[in-house]
Design a protein around this ligand. Structure first.
Ligand code: FAD
Length: 412
């Protein structure tokens, strides 16, 4: 015997919890399943434990500005039907305090736990049944021959028995941080039902460099400074003005996390270590009036450790600035404003905040998130080939795609 539901949602993360709550509150009988011990682990660790749950600056008419994927325009419909203001209103309803940190990024004032509790309360209000931990062994679909209003039925075999539903929602997220339960489940289900996939790779991730090439900078681990970072050739050049962080193995910080989602293997990054400063001019003026060491003059504009590391590699710069040649100073200015460095890879899914690629948006309806060729199968959140910038955009996509899906399921 098996119990039946109006919808079964697999994955109790950001998208799954929100979708379950919305669908339940619209009157559907919903079962939410997750294999992990704890609910919404990614929300818990997100935003340094404070969850950057949305971004106030999101312009829903121009999603290509904040989202990466084969077709970022795909998310426009969902984002415009469930906006950052809608999610903020939900927090207000629950009396959860939040604050803006940087560039429109909104964080829970107290803890990410507040967001999780809110989502669980919303699920309870919708009468959602929640099985966790519970693993899914197999999913099968049988098309109905008689016309019962739905095109078929999904049977979901779990370690607590088999359940059936005319609608199955895949909300199992991406591959990043396997330690807390990330799996390729969603991609495997997509393959089973012949939904095309876009190749996956780690995004919002620190980048690494060859040991030898990195030696001069390894001593800078821990150092942070604002930079302008860019990648890509002219036409598709992307750049960000954010903080750069030196680590033992390479580069991190918001600047590098952002650019990592656009960086392609074997291509260089360009970093302006002194954005907004004309260093050629600054060094020429210093040369005319100062007898300090080049490193000391530089240290007036950047962290001392960086100034020292930079000049120590070049004998012609280890002297008072008035004795340095114009040529050496011009080259120094160029290096600092256009430091070219080629990563050999990234820290991978162990450290990545998101997974680029996933279920091809071509296979889904942008209004409902339903698979075009597989009735009743929906994909929401990070499992879809939509990846946001750092700054709350990924959660906003999770909420918006979940909302679109829940609305569609309830209206059927
Ligand atoms: P998830 O939230 O990952 O949920 C997927 C769920 O599916 C999990 O509960 C998992 O246990 C379950 N699952 C997986 N496989 C199976 C299976 N086989 N069977 C059953 N269940 C399964 N984004 C922001 O917008 N702001 C931030 O501040 C932010 N900070 C982040 C910090 C870190 C360290 C990380 C890793 C990510 C961060 N992100 C942030 C990204 C954000 O967490 C994700 O984009 C978002 O959680 C995706 O939502 P989702 O519901 O699609 O997937």
């Amino acid at each position: 015997s098996s119990s039946s539901y109006d919808a079964v949602i697999i994955g109790a993360g950001a998208a799954g919890l929100f979708c379950a709550a919305q669908a339940g509150q619209q009157g559907l009988k919903v079962l939410l399943i997750d294999h992990a011990e704890k609910v919404a682990e990614k929300i818990r660790i997100s935003g340094g434990g404070r969850c950057n749950f949305t971004n106030r600056d999101l312009d829903v008419r121009a999603p290509h500005k904040y989202y990466v994927g084969q077709n970022p325009q795909f998310c426009r419909s969902a984002l415009s039907r469930y906006t950052p203001a809608d999610f903020i209103a939900l927090l207000d309803k629950h009396g959860i305090a939040y604050e803006e940190k940087h560039k429109g990024q909104l964080f829970a004032q107290r803890s990410a736990e507040d967001i999780i509790r809110m989502l669980l309360a919303e699920c309870a209000a919708g009468g959602v049944e929640h099985w966790q931990p519970c693993s899914v062994k197999k999913v099968t679909f049988s098309a109905l021959s008689t016309d019962t209003g739905s095109a078929g039925s999904y049977a979901i075999q779990t370690d607590r028995g088999t359940v059936t539903a005319p609608r199955l929602v895949i909300a199992t997220g991406g591959l990043s941080i396997p330690k807390i339960g990330a799996t390729d489940f969603g991609y495997r289900i997509a393959q089973q039902f012949k939904l095309p996939l876009i190749e996956r790779r780690a995004g919002l991730v620190p980048l690494t460099f060859d040991g030898d090439a990195w030696k001069p900078y390894a001593q800078l681990a821990g150092l942070a400074l604002p930079v302008e970072i860019s990648t890509g050739s002219k036409k598709e050049r992307m750049s960000f003005l954010e903080d750069l962080l030196f680590t033992h193995r390479g580069l991190s910080g918001p600047a590098v996390l952002q650019i990592s989602s656009y960086w392609k293997d074997n291509t260089p990054l360009h970093i302006n270590l002194l954005p907004g400063t004309d260093m050629t001019e600054v060094l020429q003026q210093a040369k005319a009036r100062s007898r300090k060491l080049v490193a000391n003059e530089l240290a007036a504009h950047m962290p001392t450790r960086l100034a020292d590391a930079w000049t120590s590699q070049q004998p012609e710069l280890q002297r008072p600035i008035n004795e340095a040649s114009d040529k050496a100073l011009t080259r120094l200015a160029e290096q600092l404003s256009r430091w070219e460095i080629t990563p050999n890879g990234s820290e991978g899914y162990k450290k990545a905040e998101v997974t680029l690629g996933g279920v091809d948006t071509k296979a889904l309806s942008q209004q409902t998130m339903e698979a075009k060729n597989q009735p009743g199968l929906y994909c929401i959140g990070e499992v879809v080939d939509i990846t946001g910038w750092l700054g709350g955009y990924n959660f906003q996509w999770a909420w918006a795609s979940a909302f679109a899906c829940a609305q569609a399921m309830a209206q059927q």
